[in-house]
Every structure is written in C-alpha cells, then in structure tokens.
Design a protein around this ligand. Sequence first.
Ligand SMILES: Nc1nc2c(ncn2[C@@H]2O[C@H](COP(=O)(O)OP(=O)(O)OP(=O)(O)O)[C@@H](O)[C@H]2O)c(=O)[nH]1
Length: 212
Amino acid sequence: MPSKFSYQPCREFNVVVLGAGGVGKSCLTAQFVHNEWIESYDPTIEDSYRTQRAVDGRQVMLEILDTAGTEQFVAMRDLYMKTGQGFLLVFSIASRTSFEELETLRDDIIRIKDDEDIPIVIVGNKADLEDQRAVDRAKAFSLSQRWSAPYYEASARTRTNVDEAFIDLCRQMLRRDDNPDDMRDDSYTLRGDDPAAKRRRRKRRKEKCTIL
Ligand SMILES: Nc1nc2c(ncn2[C@@H]2O[C@H](COP(=O)(O)OP(=O)(O)OP(=O)(O)O)[C@@H](O)[C@H]2O)c(=O)[nH]1
C-alpha cells in the first residue's frame, strides 16, 4: 500500500479521437483541452494536443490525437491506431451513419492492437440536438453493453460530459497500467498459449458500465 507521501510518477498516455467526419471530434477535444467552443467547421487532417490532468489524485499527461473523419485522410488510421493506448469513439446522435461506422473502427482497432480489452469510450456527441436525434439511446446502450465500453451522451457545444468521457478513458488506461498482469489468469498457462482464448477470457471478465 503506497504511503501518503510516496512518489507517484506522472503517467503518459496516447489518446486517439476517432469517428466520422463532422461528428465533433475537434470540438470535444478543444473543449477538453482549452475550454473553448468552435462554431465553424474546418475538417481536420491531424492535430495533437498535450494536456496534464489530475485523475483520482494522480497526474496524467495526455497526448491527444484528433484525427480526420473524412475519407481522403483515413489511410492514416492504421498508424494512429498502433500508437493509441486509449480511444474515444465519437458519433453524432443526429447521424445514424456516424453511429454505424463505429463498428468498423472498433474492429480495426482490435485487429491492429491485437487486444480486445483496449480502453475505449463511446461518445454520442451533439446531445444538444435532441430534436434531430437519429440514434436511439437504447441502440447506443446496447452497443456499449456488447463492447463492455462506457457510453456518454455529450455535447461539445454545452460542454456536457466532455471531461467525464476523457477522464473515464484515463481511468481505464491507469487501471491497465497499474495491473499489467491483471488480464492473465492462472488457468491461462494450463489452457496453453492460445491468444484467441485469452482474448475471450479477458472479454468475459470486463465490467459493464454505461453512463447517459
Ligand atoms: N450542435 C452541436 N454542434 C456541434 C457539436 N460539436 C461539434 N459541432 C459542430 O459540428 C461541426 C463539426 O465539428 P468538428 O469538431 O470540426 O467535427 P470533426 O469530427 O472534428 O470533423 P472532421 O475533422 O471532419 O473529422 C462544427 O460546425 C461544430 O461547431 C455539438 O456538441 N453540438
């Protein structure tokens, strides 16, 4: 048990913000990092931000990569995914296709990282546009359950659930960093070195959590 005065080094994590074009990735990132709202739409190619936060009393340095959602830049995705340790998967509650695109993004992340337990938070952005809602809460909820990944309905415009989504991702990354062996169980050696079986066991052990 660390004493009250024990030294806790600042952890560094790479966070990648992914999602379709125009869902609000840049706006969410700008709100989280700089507390500012951007009304205009200027498609991103790639922007990165560094910000330090206290999470449950521990210092965390985040390198946040705000990625391109538009088709012509998606070739860079594999590279982003390789370096990411945590992923914010963003859709707009006013766009059904942006929600449907998340499935492919997650499949790609898992394939590239070869890890089904990679920290992910799902964000349904533009929650202020309730009158234009095209994705039922129940649908997003069921995806969240299926992936065992938390779901936040957020609004970059009103700054609703912006910090909460990023901080939840930090908590997941810290947990992994604290317990690198947590995902291994004793039976693993008995069952042989089968990565697919290991991934299935990891998946079963994960908690489910959904925040609306
Ligand atoms: N009403 C509303 N509009 C938003 C919200 N978040 C972003 N927008 C608007 O949506 C547009 C696109 O926002 P961006 O943050 O640039 O979207 P993006 O996902 O980064 O887009 P790409 O860079 O093309 O991938 C802008 O005009 C924003 O003002 C939100 O929470 N509510």
